[in-house]
Design a protein around this ligand. Sequence first.
Ligand SMILES: Nc1ncnc2c1ncn2[C@@H]1O[C@H](COP(=O)(O)OP(=O)(O)OP(=O)(O)O)[C@@H](O)[C@H]1O
Length: 444
Amino acid sequence: MKVFVVEDDPLFRKIIERTLKSNEDVEVVMFSNGSDFLRQLADLPDVVTLDLGLPDFSGEDVFNQIVRFNPNIRVIIISGKDDIRTAVELLKQGAYDYITKDESTRGRLQKAIDNIFSQLNLQKELSFFKNQVAQKYDYQHAIIGESKAIKEVSALVDKALKIPNINVSIRGEAGTGKELMAKIIHYNSNRRERPFVSLNLTTLPPDMIEGELFGYEQAGINGNVVMRPGKIEEANEGTIYLEEIQEMGEEVQLRLLNLLQHGFMQRVGGTKKFQVNVRVISASCVDLSEMVREQTFREDLYFRLMGLPVVLPSLKERQKDILLLADYFLKQFCHQNGISEREIASKARRKLLSYSFPGNVRELKAIIELAAVLSNNGKIEEEDIVFNSVNEVPDILTEEMTLREYNEKIIRYYLDKYGNVMKVAEKLEIGKSTIYNLLKDKEL
Ligand SMILES: Nc1ncnc2c1ncn2[C@@H]1O[C@H](COP(=O)(O)OP(=O)(O)OP(=O)(O)O)[C@@H](O)[C@H]1O
């Protein structure tokens, strides 16, 4: 921490210098007048201790120039008792602290420096975490996939982050990346500095959803009102992510509709309405329009929530992404656990492609992480890929692929089974050249 001391009184120069220099992380630069100090202000100190009675400038002038130059510099006013009025005025204008010149100067200065140290450390940590989050959800890099389906999703996400007031509804099976998309939308929109709050409605008993979302007010035993803000209030100016929205009962639906229509809400049991500005990103694994048809979900709310609808395809429908995601998760896992990078052998890759991933991307991630742990010699082999589910047999016709991709899949299956091109050509009654042609540029 860099501290500039502006002080002309020799006794207090010594006291301040000694106090500051007792902190080994403080760099101290001394000035005995205002003009020398102002000439060096561009060196950007973190803190300035400013004597109000300087020989060449008034303390107020120096203070104003510091604030104009950079309002983040913390200024500690050090003054005699006769300057108290000016010191208090400067405190109102944003000076960090005010210390009188007397026997308590040393102790109070040390305390102020300690507090500034803690604040700077907290600021540093906060900006470190903000950076981490920004990197993790950076729109350009966070969505892995080359399939047509995921590119369409990416294009919609791009639209959603440019229009921060439109609600977004995401439909997709468990583990397809709904929450990831919601966070990408939030952290890349201009709401990013405000909270992202999520609530999975299936984790609460139905009669608690209303209070959890909207907060409540209740009269306590001694007549005091007990108040607890809800998730929506917490997310004010930011985003609320509501998972499994289909679980919402009639009353909650009505409350949410009112909020979305008028921008006002009331806590459960409360009397006052107040304004809240949230973007709602809702997620569901079911098609809500069917619930509207069956009249178990309000149509007016459905249209309000729908906003920009995003449908996330299952992993099975985007075969093209499986290996890309596998490589990505493997690299990430090795990096996070400080283990050397490894590659996935071609047989193991084929095994991955033969599986239907009922748990979608989340399951693939878990399988890859386990494989990384089980693997030896820097390579993930077929036996390191362990499927948890019984869905191992590929149901080839349920996958949408081009004819060429079907052919390739059939040939790969036979190659795995018989191990040589000659035998496969014989079994499938095709020429060897057809096989080589089809698998051109790819590993056999
Ligand atoms: N396209 C993708 N690129 C990179 N990672 C992904 C992608 N899709 C999903 N993931 C990762 O897969 C895991 C599961 O995703 P997520 O939790 O967003 O799914 P979900 O649909 O919200 O699941 P659930 O409905 O069970 O809550 C997360 O670790 C997420 O980061």
